[in-house]
Design a protein around this ligand. Structure first.
Ligand SMILES: Cc1cc2nc3c(=O)[nH]c(=O)nc-3n(C[C@H](O)[C@H](O)[C@H](O)COP(=O)(O)OP(=O)(O)OC[C@H]3O[C@@H](n4cnc5c(N)ncnc54)[C@H](O)[C@@H]3O)c2cc1C
Length: 455
């Protein structure tokens, strides 16, 4: 919308046009509210423009390149295959552009005022735009997301970049050191290694330290094959040009250094001191089940309210905040928030496999026809269930784990039993049969894997 033609007042003002914000705006509009959304950069926020979508776009292309150049065992001998980084860049940018425009279209179609500027609270009733114009609201929803952290001395410079810049490189670097060993480091490191970059990962403790070691060992095996070196229990101590010294004694010489040491809530210039909104000790906005902050007029969703920092969590919270701000009875009561690491193989998780009274059964990919046919047998599924055989958690380490974990989340939400899953016909030959196989195994009636006489 053109600045200078703001409405004086709206029912709901959303600040931040990322996945949490635009979903909240659309849902509020569906409920008949007069809505404005204020975004200072690009509609679609980090997920669509700089993070989830660009990383998965580039992972797909890296996989394609790697498969083409490493398929001799299937009888495919590809010679003269080359990578044009400029075309890769154009494709990656076009994908984000399409999604950004799609979000703008959806907002406008739902009658939402899209205002492209920075918003600051000047009270619990009013926000001010960068040009000084003011907008009164009945309710506001904050969805301002997060920003990358940096270790002191390793802030962005000519040689140090963040994840956004790493996913917008116009050249494939010959070497890359990544500070950090969480999922962002693994995804970025693996994709560039598949393009031929020599990748080093510097892990403060260990690779993917918060994840199941059984799963991580599969990913680590693949990273070893790709020539990725992981320096564990190490942090960078000094940077001299492109020379990175580690506390463990090594010196790395990398063309590019990527910082991937986590995210912090983004509340800069938001004027929260002019409201009753309260932050926790890490700077995240505190909310109740309905996403309402300590200021009754103001709600908050997504990364800015804390872990897990995931797009689909922000989306659900956006819907809840919109409904609660529209006087509907809404609260976050989901049992699980699934998570996926787009590593090779992928790791997908829903619910829990540990804790009192939880039994776990595992089924290997080596026993699945589809996995054997594709030559992708590194991985497994694990299912966690209680004494009543209700499913409590699922972990999948596999190609396409991302598209299977939704079934696990649904099973847990619906309180499904092992029998429900084992007796549901899953199409053959597909990776989805993993569910049926592991559930049958947990019931003591495995078919395609022999667990021994005691099952
Ligand atoms: C490399 C990477 C890969 C990721 N991959 C995945 C993935 O595969 N799946 C997944 O679920 N999650 C993924 N994430 C996490 C995901 O990106 C975030 O959880 C998600 O973007 C959070 O959405 P949000 O709406 O809370 O905030 P954001 O997407 O950060 O949007 C916030 C918006 O608010 C705007 N803004 C901030 N302040 C103001 C202001 N004062 N006025 C106006 N506008 C303002 C910003 O410009 C921004 O556009 C990834 C993250 C990274 C770093």
């Amino acid at each position: 919308m053109v600045m200078g033609s703001l409405p004086e007042r709206v029912d709901v003002a959303v600040i931040g046009g990322g996945v949490g914000g635009y979903v909240a705006a659309i849902r509020a509009a569906q409920l008949g509210k007069n809505v404005a959304i204020v975004e200072k950069n690009k509609m679609g926020g980090h997920c669509l423009n700089y993070a989830c979508i660009p990383s998965k776009t580039m992972i797909h292309i890296a996989d394609l390149f790697y498969e083409i150049t490493h398929s001799e065992k299937y009888g495919i001998k590809a010679t003269g295959v080359s990578m044009d980084p400029a075309k890769l860049y154009d494709w990656r940018m076009d994908v984000s552009k399409k999604l950004e425009q799609g979000v703008e279209y959806l907002c406008k179609s739902n009658g939402i005022e899209v205002i492209k500027t920075e918003a600051t609270f000047i009270s619990s009733k009013t926000i001010q735009m960068a040009n000084g114009e003011e907008l009164d609201f009945d309710k506001a929803i904050i969805a301002t997301g997060s920003e990358p952290n940096f270790l002191p001395g390793f802030e962005p410079s000519q040689n140090v970049i963040d994840y956004k810049a790493a996913l917008m490189l116009k050249e494939i670097p010959s070497s890359m050191a990544i500070i950090g060993a969480g999922y962002v480091a693994v995804e970025i490191g693996t994709l560039f290694a598949k393009f031929g970059t020599k990748v080093d990962i510097i892990a403060h403790s260990d690779l993917l330290s918060r994840f199941d070691r059984d799963a991580v060992s599969m990913v680590k095996k693949r990273m070893d094959e790709l020539g990725i070196t992981v320096y564990t229990n190490s942090v960078p101590s000094n940077l001299d040009g492109t020379q990175l010294k580690l506390t463990t004694g090594q010196t790395l010489n990398s063309q590019i250094i990527v910082s991937a040491v986590g995210l912090s809530p983004y509340t800069a210039n938001l004027g929260l001191n002019n409201t009753k909104v309260v932050l926790d000790t890490h700077g995240f906005i505190t909310v109740n089940q309905s996403m309402q902050t300590s200021d009754p007029n103001i709600y908050a969703v997504g990364d800015v309210i804390g872990e897990p920092l995931l797009a689909h969590k922000a989306i659900r919270q956006g819907e809840i905040a919109a409904e609660a701000a529209s006087s509907r009875n809404a609260g976050f009561d989901n049992r699980v928030i699934p998570a996926v690491i787009f590593s090779d193989p992928e790791i997908a998780l829903a619910g829990r496999l540990d804790g009192d009274g939880i039994n776990v059964k595992k089924f290997p990919l080596t026993a699945l026809g589809r996995a054997i046919a594709l030559g992708k047998t590194d991985g497994f599924i694990k299912i966690g269930y209680d004494k009543d055989a209700n499913v409590k958690g699922v972990e999948i380490v596999s190609t396409d784990a991302n598209s299977m974990i939704g079934e696990a989340a649904l099973a847990i939400e619906m309180n499904a039993t092992l029998e429900d899953i084992a007796d549901t016909i899953h199409p053959h030959p597909t990776f989805s049969e993993l569910f049926q196989e592991v559930a049958a195994a947990a019931l003591g009636r495995p078919i395609h894997f022999y667990y021994g006489a005691n099952k």
